[in-house]
Design a binder for this molecule. Structure first.
Ligand code: IPE
Ligand code: IPE
Ligand code: MG
Length: 254
């Protein structure tokens, strides 16, 4: 009821190119890319790009919630991003807690639930503490789920699922013949979350970079040259409207 009321009141707001609310994708995933190039273009250090990118995180979270997206998954740090210079990694590890410190109150007010995809154990303890507190605090919220993929890698996720299946087979708990898609789905970090309907990648790169490989089997892909710090509500709605024009067939006939 709260969510409905919230949606109704927000629907009164008019945005230039607001999509048709009837066909809004349930789950949108975003590869937030181009922070470094955004900064470089301005003669700034890469970390300035990451800081500017935080503003887009805030704006897109609100923009998604405003039109009734139920799940928003944001790729914040990949398992491969550890290859970057230590100083940049340190900075990136501080951003989630900074975001949560500034935004938690608003997220609570908007009934948003925070979830994390990725291996939290490998993160610095200060990052873990703030994330765990935010997940705990928002766990009973019933509005949009904001999934933050942090130290996430799809191949590791799939390998872990395979390992878990192998253990169950070895222990005699699972018959190899009965291994099906749900046996994998239930062992992924996205367990219980429907696959993304739409995946957006900014900055002109046309690849998945180890993001939700299994889950994106039938996801609609949308790419833009815009760097993440410049990606705003209007661009997000442009992606949604493009999605709404697609015909999803899932291998069948329309
Ligand atoms: C995305 O921006 C943020 C992370 C990957 C953490 P980048 O830092 O990859 O920016 P570019 O791609 O180098 O411009
Ligand atoms: C993907 O971007 C990871 C995140 C946005 C967190 P990268 O910038 O790491 O991807 P590549 O290296 O260009 O493939
Ligand atoms: Mg990049």
């Amino acid at each position: 009821m709260f969510k409905l009321k919230q949606l109704f009141s927000r629907q009164k707001k008019t945005y230039a190119n607001k999509p048709d609310l009837a066909g809004v994708p349930y789950h949108v995933a975003v590869i937030m890319d181009g922070n470094g190039r955004w900064a470089k273009k301005r003669g700034l250090p890469r970390i300035a790009g990451h800081r500017a990118g935080m503003e887009s995180v805030k704006e897109i979270t609100t923009a998604a919630d405003d039109i009734g997206v139920q799940i928003l998954t944001l790729y914040a740090f990949s398992t491969e991003n550890w290859k970057r210079p230590e100083q940049e990694v340190d900075f990136l590890m501080r951003l989630p807690q900074e975001f949560l410190l500034l935004e938690l109150e608003t997220l609570m007010k908007n009934n948003v639930r925070i979830r994390i995809l990725g291996d939290l154990d490998a993160l610095p303890s200060h990052t873990q503490t703030s994330i765990n507190a935010a997940c705990e605090k928002t766990k009973n919220n019933t509005g949009m789920v904001l999934n933050i993929a942090l130290n996430y890698g799809s191949r590791t996720e799939i390998l872990d699922a395979i390992r878990s299946i192998a253990k169950d087979v070895k222990a005699g708990l699972l018959d190899p013949e009965s291994i099906d898609e749900s046996a994998i789905n239930s062992r992924l970090m996205t367990q219980g979350i429907p696959d993304p309907d739409l995946l957006i990648r900014t900055s002109g790169e046309l690849r998945l970079s180890n993001f939700l490989l299994w889950q994106c089997a039938y996801t609609e892909l949308w790419f833009t040259d815009i760097f993440w710090p410049d990606f705003k509500r209007e661009h997000f709605y442009e992606a949604i409207r493009a999605y709404q024009k697609r015909g999803r067939r899932f291998g069948g006939l329309k």
